[in-house]
Design a protein around this ligand. Structure first.
Ligand code: NAD
Ligand code: IPM
Ligand code: MN
Length: 360
């Protein structure tokens, strides 16, 4: 029997509401599959913790997380704590400290009725965004000069290292090659005359090692247009940290909304734990009402299972998501249903159990 050690950071707002449903799914897997077990350790870090302790996580938080196989996070950030503090001192710290430099964000339409795009089929909206997740526009470097004075100047410096740029681009080529898909790089070298010129050069250089991978390169503004008008252009996409952040919210919009978008923060070398989380935030506008859609968080569990090498469960979760997305009454209100967060999770587990005889 394999035991996977999972650190739970439910976080803020709807974070704990959706993580509870993901944990329900993990517990169901454990019950259904005699070969798998999970041990959970919950960390109460987030904005409430900050208001009590003056910090977002324990001083030795990173040390505490090191021994886990995975981190399962809900969402971070809540009114009352400045967003740049709550995010930099918890979520972004974990991504950086654990060198989770690959952010895998699938853009997959599982029910054509859910896209706001006219006449698009599931086959036309099915791609993977690989977002650089450790540096770039999120390097955290900058300066604030002459604060409050008329000559005030604020610098936010992007950092694109050779190592950081090459490794994400190489990862993307490998993924495109492995899955026999095209690779599109999204950048902005016409205006960002250092960082993105470098990015494009590296994309071309590394590409010489992958002559069989068909490539495309778009400027981010045009790519945003194509995400909406011709998503069928994309199969595997590689892009920088900030562009990937923004583009994947568009990706969420065209596949059914924030309640469905998932992201895996991967350290491919497995030197440190990887982290699985929905793309959405703490949604203060709906938190505490029991109506948050937990499917994005459950989809993160699917990504976690794939990462653990338990692909049969990863696939099973995805197909139950697909099945549920055709069962309108079982969905939450963002998708036109009437279920609560917990009812959706319960129904999910029922459907997963119904399939388990095919799996174990
Ligand atoms: P958000 O993703 O929390 O919400 C955007 C919109 O989507 C809201 O209308 C919300 O109700 C809706 N929504 C989001 N998730 C949903 C779900 N599961 N089910 C149904 N509806 C859902 O983004 P925001 O409002 O810009 O940010 C709120 C806070 O979350 C901020 O503090 C922000 O910094 C933080 N944030 C955190 C993360 C993270 O921890 N990974 C990601 C994004 C934003
Ligand atoms: C995301 C979020 C984070 C990001 C924020 C909360 C720092 O928007 O994961 O998409 O920008 O990476
Ligand atoms: Mn985002």
């Amino acid at each position: 029997m394999k035991t996977f050690k999972i650190a739970l950071i439910p976080g803020d707002g709807i974070g704990p509401e959706v993580v509870a449903e993901g944990v329900k799914v993990l517990q169901a897997i454990e019950q259904l599959d005699p070969a798998i077990s999970f041990s959970f350790t919950e960390f109460p870090w987030g904005c409430e913790y900050y208001l009590e302790h003056g910090k977002m996580m324990a001083d030795d938080g990173i040390e505490k997380l090191k021994g886990f196989d995975a981190i399962y996070l809900g969402a971070v950030g809540y009114p009352g704590v400045p967003d740049h503090i709550s995010l930099w001192d918890l979520l972004l710290t974990i991504r950086k400290e654990f060198d989770q430099y690959v952010n895998l964000r699938p853009i997959t339409l599982l029910n054509p009725a859910l896209t706001p795009l006219k006449n698009k089929t599931a086959e036309q909206i099915d791609f993977l965004v690989i977002r650089e997740n450790s540096e770039g526009e999120y390097a955290g470097a900058g300066d604030w000069l002459f604060k409050g004075k008329p000559e005030e100047v604020v610098l936010q410096t992007g950092v694109f290292s050779r190592k950081g740029t090459e490794r994400i681009i190489r990862y993307a080529y490998e993924e495109a090659k492995r899955s026999n898909r095209t690779l599109t790089s999204i950048s902005k070298a016409n205006a960002l005359n250092y960082s993105m010129v470098f990015w494009d050069e590296v994309f071309e250089e590394v590409g010489k090692e992958y002559p069989d991978v068909q490539t495309y390169s778009y400027l981010v503004d045009a790519a945003s247009l194509y995400f909406v008008t011709e998503p069928e252009r994309f199969e595997v996409v590689v892009t920088s940290n900030l562009f990937g952040d923004i583009l994947t919210d568009i990706g969420a919009a065209i596949t059914g909304g924030m309640g469905l978008a998932t992201g895996a923060n991967i350290n491919p070398e497995r030197s440190y734990p990887s982290m699985f989380e929905p793309v959405h935030g703490s949604a203060p506008d709906i938190s505490g009402k029991g109506i948050a859609n937990p499917i994005a968080a459950i989809w993160s569990v699917s990504q976690m299972m794939d990462f653990f090498g338990e692909e049969k469960w990863g696939k099973a979760i995805l197909s139950v998501i697909q099945e549920m997305l055709h069962e309108k009454e079982s969905l939450t209100s963002d998708l036109g249903g009437e279920s609560t967060t917990t009812q959706l999770g319960d129904r999910f587990v029922e459907l997963l159990a119904a399939r388990s005889s095919e799996l174990v």
